[in-house]
Design a protein around this ligand. Structure first.
Ligand code: FES
Ligand SMILES: [Fe+2]
Length: 390
């Protein structure tokens, strides 16, 4: 985030807190309940957003050195991401071209020279090339060059690794245009540069909620006073949040109680993260939450219309990490997970109640406008005729 924006956010939130105002949209908005429960809609979302669109599947910290790799089935596709000897990051379908077994069965590892399929021992190098067929002299004629691992488009930026989870066709680029994908948010991510940050923890959770309902829980502060009274609410002012739509994404700062003391410091020393948490909703499934000493990365993946997987990841600058004891990070993680347990308990009740017939729409208040934006962007992406983003 650029310095003028940082000061502007602080000033706006101070003004809102003092005047007891909210950052309002002109009117309330809605999202249809059917969008959270329809099987047909769910399948379209998976096929469009989790097959044709770049999604976050890993972190640069997991694949820093040549031979480092990570596997993921979070999107529903079997994905292998590996750093080559040439330092290039590549991604593949983690599927053997012989008889379709999973090639790499470990979640991550390092110093890999080749991936060897556990079924009949076919081997692939770090570029996905088929380099070994066991009993090759007797197997029969096969064009090895046409039986490499199926490649996926991949990109990394600011510590996050995106993949488009559909196999590339002949001639398609393995790069993802992140300038187009991230739009105006890319400059923000640059400014928070997390490319050298480490993974402090990754916690997978399987809430009984639609994957979009999981994202909804992050997009407003309205519920904090009521739902998080015993966990994180005491740290924050009541619903003092700035919202900005940034292309398909949004960004917003949420004010902590210490903001009201900021006048004691000279303006040139004002730092947003000392008095607020800065959030980004990266379309379609990732929320970043920057605090003074870490970034929470929340990635939501669809399992079924009524169930999601969310990975709760804490990324930390190694220089900052070294200044604090492990207990500090454990407590930090516990606090995040306590708040999420509260969110996902009520979220499960919402998901269960969707079929009760009480509501045909979810209603978003004027200060819940980031939810309205989010669901509009999802709708637009699913609309026929909209060009694929990659
Ligand atoms: S399925 Fe991989 S070697 Fe046979
Ligand atoms: Fe919450």
């Amino acid at each position: 985030m650029q310095r003028p924006d940082e000061l502007d956010y602080i000033s706006r939130m101070l003004e809102m807190a003092r005047a007891n105002r909210r950052d309002d949209a002109p009117s309330i908005t809605h999202a249809p309940v059917d969008a959270y429960i329809s099987q047909e809609r769910f399948e379209r979302e998976v096929q469009t957003l989790f097959r044709r669109h770049p999604v976050v599947v890993a972190f640069s910290a997991q694949v820093r050195k040549p031979g480092d790799f990570v596997t993921s089935t979070d999107t529903g596709q079997p994905i292998l991401v590996v750093r080559g000897k040439d330092m290039k990051l590549r991604a593949f379908l983690n599927v053997c071209r012989h008889r379709t077994a999973t090639v790499e069965t470990k979640p991550c590892g390092s110093n890999k020279r080749a991936f060897v399929c556990p079924y009949h021992g076919w081997s692939y190098d770090l570029t996905g090339k088929l380099v070994g067929i066991t009993d090759g002299a007797w197997f029969g004629d096969i064009d090895r060059s046409a039986h490499g691992l199926k490649q996926l488009a991949v990109a990394e930026h600011c510590g996050l690794v995106w993949v488009v989870p559909t196999a590339l066709q002949e001639g398609q680029s393995a790069d993802i245009d992140l300038d187009a994908q991230l739009g105006p948010v890319k400059a923000d991510l640059d400014s928070w540069d997390m490319s050298g940050w480490e993974v402090q923890s990754i916690t997978p959770i399987r809430p009984r909620m639609n994957w979009k309902l999981v994202i909804d829980t992050f997009l407003e502060l309205y519920h904090f006073r009521y739902l998080h009274g015993a966990s994180v609410a005491p740290l924050f002012l009541d619903n003092i949040t700035t919202y900005e739509r940034r292309d398909r994404h949004s960004r917003f700062a949420v004010a902590k109680t210490t903001l009201l003391e900021i006048d004691k410091e000279p303006r040139e020393k004002w730092r947003l993260l000392d008095h607020a948490v800065m959030l980004y909703n990266l379309f379609p499934h990732t929320v970043l939450a920057y605090t003074a000493d870490h970034c929470g990365v929340f990635t939501s993946y669809p399992i079924s219309p009524d169930e999601a997987l969310i990975n709760v990841t804490v990324l930390v600058d190694p220089a900052v990490r070294a200044t604090k004891h492990e207990d500090y990070w454990k407590k930090n993680q516990d606090l995040i997970l306590a708040a999420l347990a509260e969110d996902f308990a009520v979220g499960a009740s919402i998901q269960a109640n969707f079929r009760s017939g009480a509501n045909v729409v979810q209603t978003f208040g004027k200060f819940e406008k980031a939810l309205g934006w989010y669901h509009k962007e999802i709708d637009d992406a699913l609309s026929p005729g909209r060009p694929a983003t990659n």
